[in-house]
Design a protein around this ligand. Structure first.
Ligand SMILES: NC(=O)c1ccc[n+]([C@@H]2O[C@H](COP(=O)([O-])OP(=O)(O)OC[C@H]3O[C@@H](n4cnc5c(N)ncnc54)[C@H](OP(=O)(O)O)[C@@H]3O)[C@@H](O)[C@H]2O)c1
Length: 276
């Protein structure tokens, strides 16, 4: 039997199937030419942790107790609706080191095998394009990206190392400046992706890229899974690392679902917010 969860909002309260829950949102139909629909998805504990820092190395990591098969399935459903993914140099380094798994292709995981056909039925290209944000330009593009012929754009700031910029261009990858210093700015990145013709953009990067896109007022929707655990941990990461956001961070709840069988016996909420 397929996993069932409970809809808490909007009323009426009902039991629904987890599978297909986010496919119903039809995110690939919400953008317009030149104004893509931009969405992100984060996983947090009740005390707001999205990652903890290793006490010895200071490196952040995603605690296993935050992740569940249910959340991952919803992540894949969101990914299936994107024509472009925003990722970053840090993820590609972690992928090359084997620290993180590959989430760059639709159908790469058994949990999302059905999404290849779903995407085809929707008239979307077989795989999304990749926009890689990086200040360092120090990463490796995995073979899987070339094998699936995914369009790749590297975004960086005007202050990036010119030798590395040239090296990527020589390899045939477009390097696009989208910021004044070394960092990519959301207010430049998203309009460029719109001009390139992308309409549904899924931000699968970390908190820094979420911060820059939200601050630019260009995030349209936030999905958040909140696991019902108090995580603690003295050094941790949260979703928005920059200064106080103010009204740009005020969200409007559109739906809320409850899964009583979350991580380690704790429940979890799946929420969807639109930016006001
Ligand atoms: N719970 C969740 O839902 C969730 C989601 C995402 C991440 N996480 C976790 O949170 C922790 C921190 O995430 P993270 O590693 O993604 O950290 P991050 O600080 O958000 O991003 C790290 C890398 O992204 C690139 N980057 C970010 N913003 C940039 C910008 N404006 N311009 C250019 N490059 C930019 C840089 O790459 P270069 O070094 O190449 O310049 C940087 O090293 C990790 O443990 C991760 O697993 C959790």
């Amino acid at each position: 039997m397929q996993k069932q969860i409970f809809r808490l909002y909007p009323p009426p309260h009902s039991e629904v199937s987890l599978k297909g829950l986010y496919l119903e949102h039809r995110l690939h139909c919400l953008g317009e030419a030149g104004r893509p629909f931009v969405y992100a998805n984060f996983l947090a504990s009740l005390d707001g942790r999205i990652a903890l820092e290793d006490v010895h190395t200071g490196r952040p990591y995603l605690p296993k107790s935050l992740t569940t098969p249910a959340d991952f399935r919803l992540f894949l459903e969101l990914e299936a609706q994107a024509d472009c993914l925003i990722t970053h140099g840090g993820y590609l380094r972690a992928l090359a080191e084997g620290v993180l798994g590959n989430i760059l292709q639709i159908g790469a995981h058994p949990a999302g095998a059905d999404l290849v056909a779903w995407r085809r039925e929707q008239g979307l290209p077989p795989q999304p394009a990749l926009a890689i944000a990086s200040a360092s330009l120090d990463f490796i593009i995995p073979d899987s990206v070339r094998e699936h012929r995914q369009p790749v754009y590297i975004f960086t700031g005007e202050g990036a190392d010119p030798v590395r910029v040239e090296a990527w261009r020589k390899e045939g990858y477009p390097v696009i400046f989208a910021g004044k210093g070394q960092m990519v700015e959301g207010r430049k990145l998203i309009p460029i992706l719109g001009e390139l013709g992308y309409r549904s953009i899924y931000l699968i990067a970390g908190p820094s890229m979420l911060d820059t896109v939200v601050r630019a007022g260009l995030l349209d929707r936030l999905y958040q899974t909140t696991t019902h655990q108090l995580m603690g941990g003295e050094a941790f990461r949260t979703m928005v690392p920059g200064p106080e956001l103010g009204p740009a961070g005020h969200l409007c709840l559109r739906s809320l679902y409850f899964d009583p069988a979350g991580p380690g016996g704790a429940g979890q909420w799946f929420s969807r917010f639109d930016i006001q």
